[in-house]
Design a protein around this ligand. Structure first.
Ligand code: SAM
Length: 277
């Protein structure tokens, strides 16, 4: 008898996949955590019945969160990842030799623990000497930081539960304070098909704080709608104005220097979401 997992992406639409086995399931202090082995996507982390990452398609999201900002900043050394307990963004960050220290702040230590156990391909660099892992609320960490980071990446869950504060103007103002005077940040910003209002509001809030504000897209088949958005806010450097010699060779499976530019070319309905109101 086949087992299937379905993520309800809206009240009327979802994604369903055949499951080989459930590897672990528990209710943590913050969320329902499931690790499942799927036929199509390999091992997969679910939080509150939402797909977080899978062994087969994780590289798209983690490369696009990390390499766009890290090639935009001319000398990224001090990095902060808010959320990201599966370790995928950290793995990509460490491919940049300029990075001296990468701090990860995830509110749920169980995500880190079980990602190390069941997603070693993704979480394998969390013990690197350049990485400091903290189990804490990213909102409070940002509130207590000032002029510390070159690049901040917000790799959080959806704006519900523990992550609800991570999509507010107050959080983005805190990020601006936590960044150095020429710093920049990227935040995963959900999808334009089902969360257009969220994207519009985040762009408006970030644009009021950061002189350079842009949106870029990537194809992530296991995420709602398969079209995923990322917001970049920068105090100085523009991701579309990078000298050609900035790009050094790194091992990727999705990101390329050509895609770095193309990802910012938006379909008309997405342009309409982000244009100045
Ligand atoms: N790539 C996924 C996405 O785009 O939905 C996110 C994956 S990552 C596992 C999401 C992480 O955000 C989780 O581990 C969760 O514990 C963490 N998180 C949620 N709220 C947080 C908060 N306030 N502070 C720090 N981490 C938080």
């Amino acid at each position: 008898m086949s087992i299937w997992f379905t993520e309800k992406q809206t009240a009327n639409f979802g994604i369903t996949m055949r499951v080989k086995q459930t590897l672990h399931t528990e209710q943590t202090e913050f969320q329902k955590l499931d690790m499942i082995e799927t036929e199509e996507w390999g091992n997969m982390l679910l939080l509150d019945d939402m797909v977080m990452t899978s062994v087969r398609d994780e590289f798209v999201y983690h490369e696009m969160v990390a390499h766009i900002p890290l090639f935009t900043h001319p000398h990224p050394e001090e990095i902060l990842v808010v959320g990201g307990g599966d370790g995928g963004v950290i793995r990509e960050v460490l491919k940049h030799p300029s990075v001296k220290k990468a701090t990860l702040v995830d509110i749920d230590g169980k995500v880190i623990e079980y990602s190390k156990k069941f997603l070693p391909e993704i979480a394998g660099k969390l013990d690197d000497p350049r990485v400091e892992v903290k189990v804490d609320d990213g909102f409070m960490h940002i509130a207590n930081s000032e002029n510390e980071y070159d690049v901040i990446m917000v790799d959080s869950t959806e704006p519900v539960g523990p992550a609800v504060n991570l999509f507010t103007k107050g959080f983005y103002a805190g990020i601006a304070k936590a960044l150095k005077e020429d710093g920049l940040f990227v935040a995963q910003s959900d999808n334009p098909w089902f969360k257009g209002d969220l994207i519009r509001n985040v762009q408006k809030d970030v644009r009021e704080i950061f002189p350079v504000t842009r949106l870029y897209l990537a194809n992530i088949p296991t995420y709602p709608s398969g079209l995923w958005a990322f917001t970049i806010g920068s105090k100085k450097y523009d991701p579309l104005a990078i000298p050609a010699d900035r790009f050094h060779d790194i091992e990727t499976k999705y990101y390329t220097k050509e895609l770095h530019q193309a990802a910012f070319v938006l379909p008309k309905f997405v342009q309409d979401l982000v244009k100045k109101a």
